[in-house]
Design a protein around this ligand. Structure first.
Ligand SMILES: NC(=O)c1ccc[n+]([C@@H]2O[C@H](COP(=O)([O-])OP(=O)(O)OC[C@H]3O[C@@H](n4cnc5c(N)ncnc54)[C@H](OP(=O)(O)O)[C@@H]3O)[C@@H](O)[C@H]2O)c1
Length: 282
């Protein structure tokens, strides 16, 4: 219910949205903050990625939606187009190099270049004591969550250079600061993304490309459903947070849009935690 009502609040009708497209500041019409920008968002057919894609498009960007399954891409693109948003879609399993390349070439073909990358895809194939995790578990988690994020950055940087700069946001997790119980390898991969952000930011600064990181707390999506579907378990988890409730995907999206915009032009190498007050220091 809460998710639905927040979603309704934030997803105003396409008519209302169009009327918001030009914001009036002291009578002067200013364009929306991402107007003219092209954004790639991985894993953007559901959950946090979909909310980010929607918000970037609401703020004026042209957005390329992607995930592994064609039917999910088609559904998300249809939904956002019906809201009057400028989006296209393509299949991209971030672990496949040919898919990553296709994602980049599709953005260039359809929209003429790339200004924004939101690297959001992650997997977690393992719950348990970290000492029980296998070679295969570590390979899968590090390949998808860390290596694919870096390799995609490497592919988009030359395209951003052609446009004179850009903005990259990498989606980590509050688990990157304090590992979640039974999610050791996943949590370590998310700590690595905090490091990847720090390593990339100074190198890309001379290219006018900013790199920042988002660390969500417990957000209501399919990915985290095992943690929140049981009400008693959810209460126990959220009572440990400053805000005594679970977060919604839309509560992550505005921060990402801000980081991608010129309003954040003096912010790079930072991680913004959206976790209702949860522990956020290494
Ligand atoms: N939910 C939370 O509480 C939470 C907290 C902290 C951080 N995060 C992070 O937020 C990000 C998004 O999570 P979420 O909760 O929004 O997940 P979600 O709602 O379950 O959505 C997952 C999305 O990822 C796509 N996907 C899965 N594997 C993929 C792959 N290999 N390549 C490309 N797309 C893939 C799925 O579509 P297909 O099935 O079509 O591929 C779907 O669009 C992840 O990085 C996660 O670690 C989530």
């Amino acid at each position: 219910m809460l998710r639905l009502s927040i979603h309704r609040l934030l997803s105003v009708s396409s008519l209302a949205r169009r009327s918001c497209i030009m914001q009036s500041v002291r009578g002067v019409q200013t364009p929306p903050k991402l107007q003219g920008k092209v954004a790639l968002v991985t894993a953007s057919t559901d959950g946090i990625g979909l909310a980010i894609a929607r918000k970037l498009a609401q703020d004026g960007a042209r957005v390329l939606i992607s995930s592994r399954k064609q039917q999910n891409v088609d559904k998300a693109v249809k939904e956002l187009k019906q809201e009057g948003l400028d989006v296209e879609g393509t299949v991209c399993h971030v672990g496949r190099s040919e898919d990553r390349e296709k994602l980049v070439t599709t953005a260039v073909q359809k929209f003429g270049g790339i200004d924004i990358l939101v690297s959001n895809a992650a997997v977690n194939p393992f719950f348990g004591n970290i000492l029980d995790s296998t070679d295969e578990v570590w390979d899968k988690i590090l390949d998808i969550n860390v290596k694919a994020a870096f390799l995609l950055v490497k592919l988009v940087v030359p395209k951003m250079q052609e446009r004179g700069g850009g903005s990259i946001v990498i989606v980590s997790s509050i688990a990157g600061f304090r590992p979640f119980p039974l999610l050791g390898p996943y949590s370590v991969s998310k700590t690595a993304l905090l490091g990847l952000t720090k390593a990339l930011a100074p190198e890309l600064l001379p290219l006018n490309i900013r790199v920042n990181c988002l660390a969500p707390g417990l957000i209501r999506t399919k990915f985290s459903s095992a943690l929140w579907e049981n009400e008693a378990g959810l209460e126990q988890l959220t009572s440990a947070l400053g805000i005594n409730r679970i977060g919604e995907p839309e509560e992550c999206a505005g921060v990402v849009s801000l980081l991608c915009s010129s309003e954040a032009s003096y912010i790079t190498g930072e991680t913004i935690v959206v976790a209702g007050g949860g522990h956020s220091h290494l």
